[in-house]
Design a protein around this ligand. Structure first.
Ligand code: 9MR
Length: 451
């Protein structure tokens, strides 16, 4: 037993509580919520953006509130793709794309344009047509020039070229590479730069997160474009990941692109799991999200992370991977998942106490003394890795010694933090600590605050 150095500083005492009867119980609720502080504020403190892909006609109600308040960058999930904006040759439909850009401007958000040159989601008139290379070059130049000009000065970045590589690092066979050769990439970048000299021009691909044959092909392409003076400002690592398969060389890979003199963005992060989602899977997913965020935070030229849909109700995964889902940071009903809190923590946010409560009880009391106990409980799917409980006494009570926590009292205010060994409150579990105190007159139960 270690004596206190001052009356206000109590050291943890590893004693078992001897008290018996519970006489009083009051529950205090954690005060932090998912909206406090929002992810975008945390990201800003690290000089990063946190973005989400969005669907234009959903930007109202809770979906709109969260998209507008939690994120400082939006990417149209489909609205700027060729089949969306130019379904008929020369006839453009900007409705949804404009809606998203207007929403972003109203919410002080960046926009990532997505995407100008791709093998997928192209209109039938383009893919079914028969074109000479010269005609196809003209069509591509017109499309890029028209779309980039439309949003000139309004977009932070454009995914100019999307998914140009095969898994082995060879060029994908597409309408573009087959008819124009692989230098369609350099041409597309050059036309985009001519149409908007200020927006950042990216090449974006998937399975290029770790160091591998495909990311090395992308690396070599960017290196040669830089050497040729072709405008290339960044690479997008999509990051459609699978639970538990975080690519351990992600940070190294980001760094090697940064060292080439280009920015890096994680552009389409989601982490899918086999359904149903369990507590264990959601905890693993949070760790995976945190690792991805951490890799970006660690490299200055990583500008930020965009999630490919922020709610499971707006995710492409269940449509494409049978039996998989739950890939985003929010449930279908807009409840933040452990992955949400992991993103917050990676940006330096304090762990939220959402879903956890602290209760104060007096198991035993005698003429001038009492034993108190506080229990911190987390519901299923929620957990804490550290905790702090505080309360203010209303009748002059004084804590004299505590066990299984580090408690201090200043005036009437008591603050207790976890001991080194009991910071973890598991999902669906609890942790308790105890203390002895003095009282006179009355010993009312205080309201306790967790967090
Ligand atoms: O999220 C998009 C989904 O709604 C579309 O049906 C799908 C069609 O391919 O495209 C999705 O977005 C893709 C993105 O544009 C490029 N990288 C892969 C994404 C998931 O397919």
């Amino acid at each position: 037993m270690t004596p206190s150095r001052t009356p206000h500083r109590l050291l943890p005492l590893l004693l078992a509580a001897t008290a018996t009867a519970t006489t009083l119980l009051l529950t205090g609720t954690g005060t932090a919520t998912a909206a406090d502080p929002p992810l975008r504020d945390l990201a800003t403190t690290k000089g990063k953006v946190i973005g989400t892909a969005v669907t234009g006609n959903k930007l109202t109600g809770t979906y709109g509130d969260l998209a507008g308040t939690q994120f400082n960058s939006l990417t149209p999930g489909n609205a700027m793709k060729w089949e969306s904006v130019e379904p008929t040759r020369g006839t453009y439909n900007w409705t949804e794309a404009d809606q998203i850009v207007n929403f972003a401007q109203a919410h002080n958000q960046q926009v990532r344009g997505h995407t100008l040159v791709w093998h997928s989601q192209n209109p039938g008139w383009l893919t079914n047509g028969t074109w000479t290379p010269t005609q196809l070059t003209g069509i591509l130049q017109d499309h890029i020039t028209t779309e980039v000009t439309r949003y000139k000065g309004k977009l932070a970045a454009w995914d100019v070229v999307n998914e140009p590589f095969n898994e082995d690092g060879t060029y994908r066979s597409t309408i573009w590479s087959n008819n124009l050769g692989t230098d369609y990439i350099a041409q597309a970048l050059t036309w985009a730069r001519a149409a908007d000299p200020t927006t950042k021009l990216y090449i974006n691909d998937y399975n290029v997160e770790g160091v591998n044959a495909k990311s090395t092909a992308l690396y070599n392409l960017v290196k040669s474009l830089k050497e040729r003076g072709i405008p290339i400002d960044g690479v997008g690592l999509q990051a459609h990941l699978i639970l538990g398969q975080y690519p351990s060389s992600l940070q190294q890979n980001i760094q090697r692109f940064a060292d080439l003199g280009v920015d890096v963005a994680i552009t389409e992060l989601d982490i899918r799991m086999q359904l149903p989602a369990t507590d264990a899977k959601l905890t693993q997913q949070a760790a995976d999200y945190k690792a991805v965020m951490g890799a970006c935070v660690a490299v200055t030229r990583c500008v930020g992370v965009t999630v490919w849909g922020f709610t499971d109700s707006d995710s492409w995964i269940p449509d494409v991977f049978d039996g998989y889902g739950a890939a985003t940071p929010y449930t279908e009903n807009f409840s933040p998942k452990p992955a949400y809190y992991a993103i917050a923590q990676a940006f330096g946010g304090t762990p939220s106490t959402e879903g956890c409560t602290a209760s104060y009880s007096v198991p035993s009391q005698w003429n001038t003394g009492f034993t108190g106990q506080v229990t911190i409980t987390c519901s299923a799917g929620r957990s804490l890795s550290s905790w702090k409980v505080s309360w203010t006494y209303g009748a002059g009570q004084q804590v004299t010694q505590a066990w299984n926590a580090n408690c201090t009292q200043a005036g009437a205010a008591v603050t207790c933090v976890n001991a080194s060994y009991n910071g973890t409150v598991p999902s669906g579990g609890s942790v308790s600590f105890g203390f002895n105190g003095t009282w006179s007159g009355s010993n009312p139960v205080p309201t306790v605050t967790l967090g």
